[in-house]
Design a binder for this molecule. Structure first.
Ligand SMILES: *Cc1c(COP(=O)(O)O)cnc(C)c1O
Length: 375
C-alpha cells in the first residue's frame, strides 16, 4: 500500500532524539527554546511558541486573540474541523465564508461580506500549502478592526510575494503532525508578529502562570510563588519532540524541494487527462506543497477513489466542509452555505505526496487515473 502521506525520519533525526532523551530536562528544557528559535529562521524572524499539536496552536492563538462569547470568527470551511472547532470551544460563533475556486483558500470578497461588528478574528487556511490572498484579507481585517490569523498547518516553508508564512498574519499556527511538511509526531506552534500576542500565547500554553515578580499581584509571597491571572492549559511540547523538530527543520528545504518536484511530475503526467483539474500555481507563490489536490468530475470521484484504493494507492479527501459536521449543523449551519467549497469537496481527491514517493510511484498513480477515465 502506498499511503497518501508518511513522515520521513532518518538517522540524523534518530540521533537528535536519542541525545535529547538522556538530557536532564525531559520536558521543558533547552531544546524547546532552540526549536522555537530555529522555527523563526523560517518565519522571517517572527518568534514562535511550541505547543503539543496544530489544534493546540489554534486554541492557543484564539485564546491569545481574546476570542470568546459574543464574538464571531470568520473562516474557510475547506479545512480540518479544528480550525473552526477551537474558536467554537472558546464560545465564539463561527461564520464560514466561501473559498476561491482556483486555490481553495478563503475568498476575500466572501470574507468581507461575512464581517459584522462582532467579527474579532479572520482565519485563512493555507489549503495544500498555498496561502490565500493575504493582502486582500488584511484590507478586510483592517477595515473590520479584526485580527488576521493563518492556519498554516500545511504551509511552513511557503513564501508568498517574497514574504514567508509566519510573517503574513498577526497570528500563524503550524502543525507538526506525522503527515505534515515536517513532524514532531504530535506538535505545533503559534507564530506572531506581535510581541504582546506572543506573550499571551506563551502564557496560555503554561496554565496562564505568571512567574515574573514584576507582573505579579502578590510578589512578596515568596520565591516559589507563581500566580494565574487568566486561565490556560498545559500545551507544552516536550524537549524530546522539540529536538526532533529542530532536526526535521534542517531537512525542510530538501523536503520542500522534493514535494515540489513530485507535484510538478503529477501536473505533467496528468496534463493529458481531460477529466482532471490539477492545482493552481499562482506566480507569486513559492509553495511548500503539503497535498496534491486533484479535482475530477463529482460524479466520478467516489469510483476513482475506490479504484485507486483497490490498487493499493492511499488516496484521501481533504476536506469534508467544516460546517457539514453535525456539531455545526446543530448550531444552525446548512449545506449550501458555501457552494464553492462544497463543490470543491465533491470533486477533490488527494494523491500520495510525501518525501518517500518515487517518480515511479507518481507515474503508476497517474497511469491508474488515466486508465480509469479511459475505461
Ligand atoms: C492537521 C491540521 C490541523 C490540526 O493539526 P494537529 O496537529 O493534527 O492537531 C489544523 N488545521 C489544518 C488545516 C490541518 O491540516
Amino acid at each position: 500500500m502506498l499511503p497518501y502521506a508518511r513522515q520521513s525520519v532518518d538517522a540524523s533525526d534518530v540521533a537528535a532524539v536519542t541525545a535529547a532523551i538522556s538530557e536532564p530536562y525531559l520536558t521543558t528544557g533547552p531544546a524547546v527554546t532552540r526549536f522555537e528559535s530555529d522555527l523563526a529562521g523560517w518565519t522571517g524572524g517572527h518568534p514562535a511558541v511550541a505547543v503539543t499539536s496544530g489544534t493546540a496552536a489554534l486554541h492557543t492563538a484564539y485564546a491569545a486573540a481574546g476570542v470568546g462569547p459574543g464574538q464571531e470568527v470568520v473562516t474557510s470551511p475547506l479545512t480540518f474541523v479544528a480550525t473552526a472547532a477551537t474558536a467554537a470551544l472558546l464560545g465564539a460563533r463561527v461564520v464560514f465564508a466561501d473559498v476561491d475556486d482556483a486555490t481553495g483558500c478563503l475568498d476575500a470578497d466572501a470574507a468581507a461580506a461575512a464581517v459584522t461588528d462582532r467579527t474579532s478574528v479572520m482565519t485563512a487556511v493555507d489549503y495544500a500549502g498555498l496561502p490565500a490572498d493575504m493582502d486582500a484579507l488584511r484590507t478586510v481585517t483592517d477595515r473590520a478592526g479584526a485580527l488576521l490569523m493563518e492556519d498554516a498547518a500545511h504551509s511552513i516553508g511557503t513564501v508568498w510575494r517574497g514574504r514567508p508564512v509566519g510573517s503574513l498574519a498577526d497570528l500563524t499556527t503550524l502543525s507538526f503532525f506525522a503527515t505534515k511538511n515536517l513532524t514532531t509526531a504530535e506538535g505545533g506552534a503559534v507564530v506572531s508578529t506581535s510581541p504582546d500576542l506572543l506573550a499571551r500565547a506563551a502564557r496560555f500554553r503554561n496554565h496562564g502562570l505568571v512567574r515574573d515578580p514584576g507582573e505579579q499581584r502578590e510578589p512578596d509571597e515568596g520565591p516559589w510563588h507563581q500566580e494565574v491571572h487568566s486561565f490556560g492549559l498545559n500545551y507544552r511540547l516536550p524537549d524530546v519532540l522539540c529536538a526532533l523538530g529542530s532536526s526535521q527543520l534542517r531537512r525542510l528545504a530538501a523536503f520542500k524541494a522534493r514535494r515540489a518536484e513530485l507535484s510538478a511530475r503529477y501536473d505533467a503526467a496528468l496534463a493529458d487527462v481531460a477529466e482532471v483539474r490539477t492545482p493552481a500555481r499562482p506566480a507569486d507563490a513559492d509553495v511548500a506543497w503539503h497535498l496534491y489536490p486533484a479535482r475530477v468530475p463529482a460524479d466520478a470521484r467516489r469510483a476513482l477513489f475506490d479504484h485507486l484504493r483497490a490498487a493499493g494507492i492511499g488516496v484521501q479527501v481533504n476536506y469534508i466542509p467544516a460546517h457539514w459536521h453535525p456539531v455545526f449543523a446543530d448550531l444552525g449551519h446548512r449545506r449550501g452555505e458555501c457552494p464553492v467549497a462544497e463543490q470543491w469537496y465533491r470533486e477533490e481527491i488527494s494523491l500520495p505526496l510525501f518525501v518517500g514517493v518515487t517518480d515511479d510511484d507518481v507515474d503508476r498513480v497517474c497511469d491508474l487515473v488515466r486508465g480509469f477515465f479511459a475505461g
